[in-house]
Design a binder for this molecule. Sequence first.
Ligand SMILES: Cc1ncc(COP(=O)(O)O)c(C=O)c1O
Length: 489
Amino acid sequence: MSEHSIQRPGPAAGGMSSTEFRQAGHELIDWIADYLEQGVQQYPVRSTVQPGAVRQAIEAGCPGPQDLPETWDAVWADVQQHVLTGVTHWQSPRFFAYFPANVSYPAILGELLSAGLGVNGMMWATSPAATELETLVLDSLVDLMGLPQHFKGAGVIQDTASSASLCAVLCAREQTLDWDGNEIGLARAADQGRLMVYVSDQAHSSIEKAVKIAGLGRESVRIVPSDTQTFAMDATALSRMVADDLAAGRKPAMVCATLGTTSSLAIDPIAEIGRVCQEHGIWFHVDGAMAGSALICPEFRHLADGLDLADSYCFNPHKWLFTNFDCDVFYVRQPERLIRTLTIMPEYLKTAHTDDVINYRDWHVPLGRRFRSLKLWFVLRLFGVSELQRRLRNHIEWASQFAQWVESDDRFELVTRPSLGLVCFGLKDRTNDEQEALLNRVNETGRVFLSHTVLSGRYVLRMSIGQTNTTLEDVKLAWHIITDAAGGS
Ligand SMILES: Cc1ncc(COP(=O)(O)O)c(C=O)c1O
């Protein structure tokens, strides 16, 4: 039998024929473009469904998997009828909640190509291009963002900042235990003294989660106070806490500074914190999940002064660099420490190349990995740096305009100075319940979606400007809706 006469499963075998795939694929691309340009605006930004309603509607409306294959048209009709109502529209230009999780056309094409190629780039040998493109793209980001040069050849794409921070905690644990934790287990290594991890009271919860996963126990997390105005970590208090722990025989293992906290985008004093870490040989991780993207603009690079002292650093292009979720970039000063922490070498993963290539399987928790660098590469090439800068500068400029509107309205006040694209604000002299009620009224319009936080015990509204397609008109509309909802407060 010649190679060409081999019978492949045809449409009768289910799935989709190539003809059906092409047709549905073209239609789906058109639908996505229509959705992003216009369609998204026809839905309430935040889904209004009640818990359980989506599942109930799907179960009632769709027959469920059948013995015989169904048509794409039938499945797609159910998506439109039953699924879209249960979607919160993160790609609405009027999505101002949390931090954005942006998409863009170049990134969607990158995702599509990654899906089509379907490679598992766990090792260089399992898809050399997946490894080499990733290293190349992350090296180019070092120059584009003014990051420390020693991060070149030392970056890896992870799914999320939470995973990157987990890797940092694991490295810190192993470094502090002289790589004994992996060998003899934490129970036996315990006589070396309790390992401590320091974060500010504004740090993201993923660090505490990482500490728990790493087996250090939540009690190992030292909460360093932050400044009551800026919400940035108090480096002097950190220094004192480290000294106290050392004096008590505990082992400071890691400090995590945040470049842009989740609540208010506060910027921890990275250089000062880095010096404390340097003095005591503590692993220094910097979490720049959201604000890290701002470093593509030279005028914001001073925010990361001292980053050259970091042992590891991560930021999320999937938040503010128009790259589809998921895509976190993680750099380590010395990749050999990360590899030493995570390496495994079963027979079935041995290849001819170990020392002369990067095998990213040892740079994160999962073994398998998607070809994520494609979408980031497409974004960088198809937007171009100046367009990326222009969009970020717009967001930041509009946040500052929004802050001025807040300040010039007697009913409102700023709770912190605006930071990059985020404004934290609220009603003057009102209770937390009243602030919350205002936010509910705003979101119930369905026309915009904002979220909240609590700063120094005060309920605060967050206006987070950063969605790919947001315009100044959308920001003005949000302010109009907010002031309307506030009425004569
Ligand atoms: C500062 C900070 N760190 C970490 C995270 C977690 O990000 P991810 O969902 O990528 O784990 C967030 C999420 O908003 C964040 O703001």
